[in-house]
Design a protein around this ligand. Structure first.
Ligand SMILES: [Zn+2]
Ligand SMILES: [Zn+2]
Length: 293
């Protein structure tokens, strides 16, 4: 069975509608991963609004949705009150997040709908919204093996992988792949050694058909934003090569990154992969694009 991935929001930190973000999009993170009738939604950034409209218009409209929240920074939950299925009584939305966390996604999704922030209260939503989690970091949902893995981000964050019938999709945004000054290669065509990353994370991503990775910065930007919890696009490229992935979608674009800059970024990352002899297809995630694996 094929897996489909559609990007509904690709921008990091804050929605960035502008003439110069028209190509790659200005909505904050939301990615749909679909296996047959089973719909997984990664994050509820502002991109989830358009997804909601699309889901309601589908025939048949899915009655059950699986919403996986990586973490509850605003750019990953702010679209939830505008997600049309939450107002549909026939819909069940299962919300997954970190287990045993006082700031569980379910609580914070409802918290951002308190009357100080929003006119409709969480308890008045029509859909049945169920608090769930992945026991021991993994669960089979409609035959799809869903795994979570901790990422390196202030306050914590989870990546998610989805596997079925030999297809594997791995979503890991808001993750800092730390690099040391010695790792920085100013020339993108540099053929220097690959950077080193945590083995557990490389293993979790191993052999993926698609990696959706945090690539908010270039090396220069990263150097002045260490510990902010995001990665250089070149680190994401090296990581994808190490993991033996087939496709890499650069994700969580910086609000300052113009369409033109992202085109240049993709070009540089492809040069890097080429210089390493890697057969890796690299793209920048683009709002509205659907991929099939
Ligand atoms: Zn973010
Ligand atoms: Zn974050």
């Amino acid at each position: 069975m094929a897996a489909y991935v559609k990007f509904w929001g690709t921008r990091g930190s804050i929605p960035t509608p502008a003439s110069w973000t028209r190509v790659y999009g200005g909505n904050t993170p939301c990615v749909e991963v679909r296996f047959g009738e089973t719909v997984f939604i990664c994050d509820a950034g502002s991109g989830i609004r358009e997804l909601g409209k699309d889901l309601v218009a589908r025939r048949p409209a899915p009655q059950q949705l699986h919403l996986l929240i990586t973490h509850t920074h605003w750019d990953h939950i702010q679209g939830f009150p505008f997600f049309e299925p939450v107002y549909m009584p026939a819909t069940q939305i299962r919300v997954y997040g970190r287990e045993g966390d006082v700031n569980r996604p379910y609580q914070l999704l409802s918290g951002q709908m308190s009357s100080d922030y929003f006119p409709v209260s969480f308890k008045d939503l029509g859909a049945s919204i169920v608090d769930d989690h992945l026991e021991d970091g993994q669960k089979k949902i409609d035959g799809v093996l869903v795994r979570s893995i901790p990422l390196n981000h202030p306050g914590g964050c989870l990546g998610y992988s989805f596997e079925k019938d030999g297809r594997k999709i791995f979503y890991a945004t808001d993750n800092e792949l730390e690099i040391t000054p010695g790792d920085v290669f100013p020339d993108p065509a540099n053929t220097g050694p690959l950077r080193n990353f945590p083995e557990a994370l490389v293993q979790a991503a191993h052999g993926a058909d698609l990696l959706v990775l945090d690539a908010q910065y270039d090396d220069k930007e990263y150097a002045s934003r260490k510990k902010w919890g995001h990665s250089s696009c070149f680190s994401a490229t090296d990581f994808a090569i190490q993991a033996g992935a087939k496709n890499l979608a650069l994700f969580h674009h910086d609000p300052e990154s113009t369409d033109r800059k992202l085109d240049e970024t993709v070009h540089s990352c492809r040069q890097r992969a080429h210089s390493r002899g890697a057969e890796l297809i690299i793209m920048a995630a683009r709002e509205g694009v659907e991929l099939k694996f």
